[in-house]
Design a protein around this ligand. Structure first.
Ligand code: FES
Length: 133
């Protein structure tokens, strides 16, 4: 029989898995696998990440699919969520660009700004942040 405590544990694990805030504990990489993403080549990116993060490294990474966010012309889109940092959205990705993001951002901690949605005043604008003038 499932107890209330069991349900609380399941709820917390689910929150941890889907948390997009800087408070999350595991690196998460979400690739657009909707129609536009697949048409633009996102399956190759998913394949690369499943190979790269197959459990043989000491870095824990969740590789997940995401749906259409209405920016299909910028596909393949890849969101990188590193604990302690805001989400970074990379656009027009391919295997070579993803290799660089893996090495420099996911493993190295440095955002590859030139592949992101856009940058203004040296500030990443990935979450529709409104900058003060
Ligand atoms: S299908 Fe990827 S953003 Fe629309």
């Amino acid at each position: 029989m499932i107890t209330i405590e069991d349900l609380d544990i399941i709820a917390q694990k689910t929150k941890d898995r889907i948390d997009q805030s800087p408070a999350r504990t595991v690196i998460r990489i979400a690739t657009c696998m909707a129609t536009g993403g697949i048409a633009a080549g996102s399956q190759a990116i998913m394949d690369l990440m499943h190979t790269r993060f197959d459990g043989s490294t000491d870095v824990e990474v969740q590789v997940v699919k995401k749906g259409c966010v209405g920016m299909c012309r910028l596909d393949p889109l890849v969101d990188v969520l590193v604990p302690g940092n805001e989400k970074v959205t990379y656009v027009k990705m391919d295997k070579e660009r993803m290799q660089r993001v893996i090495e420099e951002h996911i493993l190295g901690g440095q955002v590859v700004a030139e592949y992101t949605l856009h940058v203004a005043n040296d500030h990443l604008l990935n979450d529709y942040t409104v900058l003060e003038a």
